[in-house]
Design a protein around this ligand. Structure first.
Ligand code: SF4
Length: 398
């Protein structure tokens, strides 16, 4: 039996090529794409303006296959985290963060991660596999259409997407780019390039390719002002040291939708948070390549996890560090921690589940817990196939 093509794997050009094989014109692909992404429809029989002959063809060759939802938790601050089953004992997470005037979805690109940053719980769990395009897109597809129903909204809920979940997105480049194109496409989610951010630990050749293929906003996980320290915190630095990463950032800015690069900096007590580190960063950003780097800094309070051996800088230290950068003219923000009560903060994604040695047992355990919760409290109204099956009132777990 031939397997059905999952249409979430295709950007619009890919879907047009697929339709061409079925001897269907491009405008049919556009209609189909709009049904899937704008209306969240997965049942071909309900795509009422598609020719009946096309709907009959599609049933035999294609599907719109979401990811099974293992769990859904809502924080007291409105943050919602979904845990998706990607098979083989692996789970990935997406996190919705509502803020005034915008809704951001943090999306995963890999099950696990090979980069192994010291402060990251995903990195500590090792690498399992790259996600397919459909598995990346399915996170937004599900979240957007679930939230519209949950919040009783007709218009778009998710205004920003950040590729900052599990994985190094630029180490899954071929699957990432079609997903980004679906996010940006006016017939898909219609997000502007400024509102889609790829966050990387600094995969230099792929940053250059992204500039050429699909230049969205770029964030770089820096975390240290010099190579000696960054080698320890972000092992990829040994391959692509800071100077090379910054050179690439300058090239990227020629094509970028924003006129600055965002640098993320996780604040680790006594490791990278001293005044001299801040001053070294200022010097680096002002003088690199004789011209400096237009940039913003996002300081991230570290979320401790078991066995990391690291602790978060104090609030006073974070503020002092931020002040040195700000006083030097670098726009600096301190990230608010969100969703702490549901382990949704960055670096903790799936950390409670994707312990490689016990993943299958824990996933089974989560399934059991959520199953019980659904019955006891009439809470999560999502089916195992990812479709919304009833009134979506979300579990509050405290
Ligand atoms: S911070 Fe990002 S690149 Fe580093 S290990 Fe975690 S997921 Fe991978």
């Amino acid at each position: 039996m031939t397997s059905l093509a999952n249409l979430l794997d295709f950007d619009l050009d890919g879907l047009a090529a697929f339709c061409d094989q079925l001897e269907e014109k491009r405008f049919r692909a556009v209609q189909l794409f709009r049904w899937i992404h704008q209306r969240g429809e997965s049942d071909f029989s309900r795509m009422s303006d598609l020719a009946k002959s096309l709907r009959e063809k599609l049933v035999n060759v294609a599907c719109v296959q979401a990811l099974p939802v293992l769990a859904q938790r809502e924080s007291a601050d409105g943050t919602i985290k979904w845990l998706f089953d990607v098979g083989g004992g692996n789970a990935v997470e997406a996190v919705f963060i509502p803020e005034d005037g915008r809704g951001t979805l943090c999306v995963s690109s890999q099950a696990g991660c090979a980069v192994g940053c010291r402060f990251c719980s995903t990195g500590r769990q090792g690498f399992s596999r790259n996600l397919r395009t459909s598995e990346i897109v399915a996170q937004l597809w599900f979240a957007e259409h679930f939230l519209r129903q949950h919040l009783h909204r007709d218009e778009r809920v998710i205004s920003n997407v950040v590729m900052m979940g599990m994985g190094e997105p630029l180490q899954n480049y071929s699957m990432l780019v079609p997903a980004l194109r679906s996010f940006l496409d006016d017939h898909g989610y219609g997000l502007s390039r400024r509102r889609v951010t790829v966050s990387t630990s600094g995969v230099v050749p792929m940053i250059d390719r992204l500039a050429a293929d699909c230049p969205v906003a770029l964030a770089v996980s820096l975390h240290a002002p010099n190579d000696a320290l960054r080698d320890e915190l972000v092992p990829l630095n040994r391959k692509y040291p800071i100077a090379e990463v910054l050179d690439t950032c300058l090239r990227y800015l020629r094509r970028a939708p924003r006129d600055f690069i965002t640098f993320e900096y996780c604040m680790l007590d006594g490791v990278n948070d001293q005044d001299e580190h801040a001053r070294e960063l200022v010097q680096l950003m002002r003088s690199h390549a004789g011209q400096g780097i237009p940039c913003k800094f996002n300081l991230i309070p570290f979320n401790p996890f078991m066995a990391s051996g690291l602790t978060c800088s104090s609030a006073a230290r974070v503020q002092a560090f931020a002040r040195i950068l700000s006083d030097a003219g670098i726009v600096t923000t301190v990230r608010k921690t969100r969703g702490d009560d549901i382990d949704a903060a960055c670096g903790q994604l799936a950390g409670n589940v994707r312990d490689r040695t016990r993943a299958a047992q824990r996933m089974a355990q989560w399934r059991g817990v959520e199953h019980t919760a659904q019955h006891a409290r009439r809470t999560i109204a999502v089916s195992h196939a990812g479709a919304i099956t009833g009134t979506p009132s979300v579990a509050q777990e405290h």
